[in-house]
Design a protein around this ligand. Structure first.
Ligand code: OFO
Length: 169
């Protein structure tokens, strides 16, 4: 294997630390979205419950992708305690506002990890993280679109039920 220009396949400590932190944040995202699914479950809104469970599953996949990458770089994953989400919502609108805010924080955290890789001139990690950051455009836009839809529905419970039914199809 070519190891020229100081290019060791093992991750530098601070890059590894940033990636491990991101693994934890992705698991937290999954936990947070699962808690949002439970809010909808409690309201009997099965379509929105299903939607948020799918988001929770996707976050596990994001975490797994990071874990695979860390191992591919001959480095060790360190699994930390995942914080419990403590949200309370009074509407679907608030759920999606919280989810969007969360995704914005994820974008910031990925950007910080990318900056760390840039400082270390770790081009493989930069390229890997860029894929995650690119996906954030879609992630943020997804929740923005639900905020807009929920803003149109406002307090109209019947419209919310119709909208929810559409998501079960
Ligand atoms: Fe929803 O974001 Fe992961 O990366």
């Amino acid at each position: 294997m070519f190891m020229g220009f100081g290019g060791d396949i093992m991750l530098k400590d601070n890059v590894l630390k940033a990636l491990n932190l991101q693994v934890n944040r992705e698991f937290y995202s999954s936990y947070a979205y699962f808690s949002m699914a439970l809010y909808f479950k409690d309201k009997g809104l099965k379509g929105l419950e299903k939607l948020m469970k799918k988001q929770a599953q996707e976050e596990i996949e994001h975490a797994s992708g990071l874990v695979d990458y860390i191992y591919n770089r001959n480095s060790q994953v360190s699994l930390e305690t995942v914080e419990a989400p403590h949200f309370s919502f009074s509407s679907a609108f608030e759920v999606f506002e919280t989810a969007l805010e969360h995704e914005k924080n994820i974008t910031k955290s990925l950007s910080l990890a990318l900056e760390t890789a840039e400082v270390q001139r770790d081009y493989m990690t930069q390229s890997f993280l860029q894929g995650y950051i690119d996906e954030q455009v879609e992630e943020e836009s997804f929740f923005s679109s639900f905020i807009k839809k929920c803003a149109l529905i406002k307090e109209d419970q019947l419209s919310l039920i119709v909208f929810d039914n559409m998501l079960t199809e």
